[in-house]
Design a protein around this ligand. Structure first.
Ligand code: MEV
Length: 405
């Protein structure tokens, strides 16, 4: 489907007119239009989804405009209650669009699961203890046995997901880490790397970890405890970059002040937390719209921001020698376009139709670009009029309008 994401005047339409426009462009059925009006989830579906359901809770569904990513236009569905997010990312995307748009990519959809192996009766020895050698040997030989059984364990993991294997996914790798000194004794962790294709993959990986756990215990002579995915999906990174002229931003001074704000986030974790929160404002909004697990994304993003022991901004902004502003982002984005909530939530399905992405990887790349746009919008506002003028006054106005009808 080809369309321009430059939605001239979209902002001035009524919500009803915007829905009509979407219905026309994306050939929505009357039942889908109803879903956009009512929220997309029936009480019966909700009741099957989680426990103790006692009602439904709806949030605004919006579309951000102007995104060009890898030379293709995208309309970005967003679910958020916070004003300025949709307007901010649309505005930043318009600025970036004028200089060629975003370039974005995502790694293979590898999700990693962990299996914790404990060794009964083996203590974490002190450095000079005679038992140190014994402990090291127990863990090292268990490690070696797991690696030697790599093919068998991968096959066992794949046997529980034959359909995924047919679609080109499945278990890819096994690795092991040893933790000699913990406060409860030594432990081994087995990592199962799994290609989840177009699914986020939490359930796939958890099932696979549980499937290979008994054999892991047998091979090591240990006892298996925790078997679950890690949300630090650092083998599933998404990246985006853009370059904008200082003029498009409002002048060389604005570009310089944006870099100053960036450097503050690099040196001060108090600022880095807020800087990254702004990035996730955009990413989470797309995650919720498309039925993805935003808590998993938050956990992954913050753990990645802290990967070197400090806590760092997920984006980078710097000036090129000609004064252009160059931005980039890198973070784990474990997202999918099949399974989970996307199976039943009608608005999430519409969101995916609007995005028109062909894979979970493409969705991750788009979301990285949205995060970068959101960050640019926030830093530009901070470097110019301040966040309160645009952001909070809009917030107050909207809340007042909502409460007075
Ligand atoms: C508000 O939700 C997000 C911002 O605080 C992000 C930032 O300061 O970079 C505006």
């Amino acid at each position: 489907m080809t369309y321009s994401s430059r939605l001239e005047g979209f902002y001035n339409l009524t919500a009803g007119q915007r829905i009509e426009w979407l219905a026309q462009v994306f050939s929505l059925e009357p039942s889908e239009v109803d879903a956009l009006l009512s929220g997309g989830l029936t009480i019966e579906q909700a009741d099957r989804l989680v426990e103790n359901v006692s009602g439904l809770y709806t949030l605004p569904f919006s579309v951000a405009a102007n995104f060009t990513i890898n030379d293709r236009d995208y309309l970005i569905p967003m679910v958020t209650e916070e004003p300025s997010i949709v307007a901010g990312s649309s505005h930043a995307a318009k600025i970036v669009r004028a200089s060629g748009g975003f370039h974005a990519s995502a790694e293979d959809p590898i999700l990693v699961g962990q299996i914790q192996v404990m060794f009964e009766g083996v203590e974490s020895p002190y450095e000079d203890s005679p038992r140190l050698v014994e402990t090291i040997e127990t863990l090292r030989s268990s490690h070696a046995k797991i690696i030697a059984a790599r093919a068998e364990l991968l096959e066992q993991a794949n046997n529980v997901h034959p359909n995924l294997v047919k679609r080109g996914g499945g278990a890819r790798d096994i690795s092991v880490r040893e933790f000699f000194h913990t406060r409860i004794g030594p432990m081994l962790v087995v990592y199962l790397a799994f290609d989840t294709r177009d699914a986020m993959g939490a359930n796939l990986v958890n099932t696979a970890c549980e499937a290979i756990a008994p054999r892991t215990a047998e091979l090591t002579g240990g006892r298996v405890n925790v078997r679950i995915l890690t949300n630090l999906s650092d083998r599933r990174l998404a990246r985006a970059a853009c370059r904008v002229t200082a003029d498009a931003l409002g002048g060389a001074e604005v570009a310089r002040l944006i870099v100053e704000a960036q450097v503050l986030a690099e040196v001060d974790r108090y600022r880095a937390a807020t800087h990254n929160k702004g990035i996730l404002n955009g990413i989470d909004a797309v995650a919720v719209a498309t039925g993805n697990d935003f808590r998993a994304l938050e956990a992954g993003a913050h753990a990645y921001a802290a990967r070197d022991g400090g806590y760092r901004p997920l984006t980078n902004w710097e000036l090129a020698s000609n004064g252009d502003l160059i931005g980039s982002i890198e973070l784990p984005l474990a997202v999918g376009i099949v399974g989970g909530l996307t199976r039943i939530h009608q608005v999430a399905q519409i969101a995916l139709r609007i995005l028109d992405v062909q894979s979970g990887q493409e969705l991750a790349a788009v979301m990285a670009a949205v995060g970068l746009a959101q960050n640019l919008a926030a830093l530009r506002a901070l470097a110019t009029e301040g966040i309160q003028k645009g952001h909070m006054s809009l917030h107050a106005r909207r809340l007042e309008r909502a409460s007075t009808g």
